[in-house]
Design a protein around this ligand. Structure first.
Ligand code: AMP
Ligand code: GLY
Length: 424
């Protein structure tokens, strides 16, 4: 098979790395890709014009297109490939609203009794502020649309919540993504990510994982795309796992079918494990980043037939997927300043030394080739990932990898997995 992967981050490098291990695969292309992906796939310099992409895929005999990020999914890239009769992995435009509109997701949860925080949706700032004054709990104010993980603002006081409403609805910091907002009550507990593959009827759960969203140690600083991840997440017991499948995953998939939006692809459920059980914080319609960097190294089975089965709706024939028993940890090395403005073009050294450590993989995120050098080209630069017999050792090994790598002003969290370690 010839496979095209769309995207350029650590998630996509991990996808390409895993796909390259499939005996079914002949050639992998990626657009736009990064310097790490370029070592295993041919980079195709294409823009985000779907018509041009599908023309290229057709003329290049692409058998499967895998879409990494949410933006093209929400914009309907799958529909364009499907109309042309080409296989593409991910939900179509209607189904991708599960991530593309927080209000859509909340309505679906309400209609299907899926546990989540109480909420209200507003497009008028005065009405939103009046509502805030009537609530006596802390809230989270969320831009309805896609805002690269940055559209969620805590409102722990009336002033803070009011400011969040103004940031989104009045200042329009997130543009059209902030045409409306969801205000929901704060949930207290420990977070966990739950990832499943689904063909719209059948669901195959992945092993559990957890990311670290805040930029600095102790979960302080600013919200980021994710500064590290680990798998398994000990908070997700077998009992909770069964509950989430029964009370969240299947009702979501069935609920989407009921309204004519069959969801095929990766359903990522962000959960808060509260005293009264798991509650949904968000749905994503694609693999998590950096969760993918710890999930796929643990997957023993071939990913390619699983993705094809999601498209063909034959996932029930693949219930025998297998996992490595080892744990995985990923430490993200970011550009100094991220998630605030940062500089790029810094030369990266020590990659080969890190990769030489047993069971360490360096997944590239924001990197590019500059002559003989690999240089930084984004906020999150690398995801240094290790597999080991237990989580503590996996974390130590990932940090051993990090210690060999250098670029000017590199920043990384020193406490990846601390919650998990305190549970073990
Ligand atoms: P989201 O993109 O909706 O998952 O929100 C991003 C992050 O904000 C989550 O990972 C949580 O850490 C936090 N968050 C969002 N909604 C809530 C909530 N209702 N209660 C507590 N934390 C929340
Ligand atoms: N790591 C969180 C996400 O991918 O949305």
């Amino acid at each position: 098979m010839n496979i095209l992967v769309i995207g350029q981050g650590g998630r996509e490098h991990t996808l390409v790395w895993k796909i390259a291990q499939s005996p079914l695969v002949n050639k992998i292309y990626c657009t736009p890709g990064n310097a790490g992906i370029a070592q295993i796939a041919e980079l195709i310099p294409m823009g985000d014009n779907f018509a041009e992409l599908v023309d290229w895929a057709e003329s290049s005999n692409i058998d499967l297109t895998v879409v990494g990020p949410e933006n093209p999914l929400a914009a309907g890239i799958i529909d364009v490939f499907r109309e042309r009769g080409l296989s593409a992995f991910g939900p179509d435009k209607q189904a991708a609203r599960l991530e593309g509109s927080k209000d859509f997701a909340k309505q679906l949860m309400m209609e299907n009794d899926i546990p989540t925080a109480a909420y209200q949706t507003f497009d008028d700032p005065d009405e939103a502020i009046d509502y805030i004054k009537t609530t006596d709990t802390s809230v989270f104010v969320k831009a309805d649309g896609l805002a690269a993980g940055k559209g969620v603002i805590p409102g722990r006081t009336i002033d803070e919540a009011t400011q969040a409403v103004n940031t989104i609805l009045v200042d329009r910091t997130f543009g059209d993504a902030g045409d409306s907002i969801v205000i929901e009550e704060e949930l207290i507990g420990e977070e966990a990510s739950f990832t499943v593959l689904t063909d719209g009827s059948h669901c195959i759960p992945f092993v559990s994982s957890q990311d670290h969203k805040m930029s600095h140690d102790g979960d302080t600083g600013k919200n980021t795309g994710g500064m590290g991840a680990y798998s398994p997440a000990p908070v997700m017991t077998q009992e909770l796992h069964d509950y989430v499948m029964e009370s969240v995953v299947y009702p979501t998939v069935k609920g989407m079918n009921k309204i004519g939006c069959t969801f095929k692809g990766v359903l990522y459920v962000g959960l808060m494990i509260t005293d009264t059980g798991p509650k949904v914080l968000e749905f994503n319609c694609r693999f998590g980043d950096p969760e993918t960097q710890v999930l796929l190294p643990r997957l023993k089975s071939d990913l390619v037939p699983l993705m094809m089965a999601c498209i063909d709706r034959t996932l029930n024939q693949h219930t025998d997927i297998t996992w490595h028993t080892e744990a995985a940890a990923c430490v993200v090395m970011a550009s100094g300043g991220y998630p605030n403005p940062y500089q790029t073009g810094k030369s990266i050294t020590g990659l080969t030394e890190a990769e030489a450590i047993d069971d360490v993989n360096v997944f590239h995120a924001g990197t590019e080739q500059d002559g003989d050098n690999i240089v930084t080209a984004g906020g999150r630069v690398l995801g240094v990932t290790a597999l080991a017999e237990d989580l503590k050792t996996a974390i130590e090994k990932a940090y051993q990898g990090v210690s060999t790598i250098h670029f000017d002003e590199a920043h990384w969290r020193k406490d990846i997995g601390y919650r998990a370690l305190s549970r073990i």
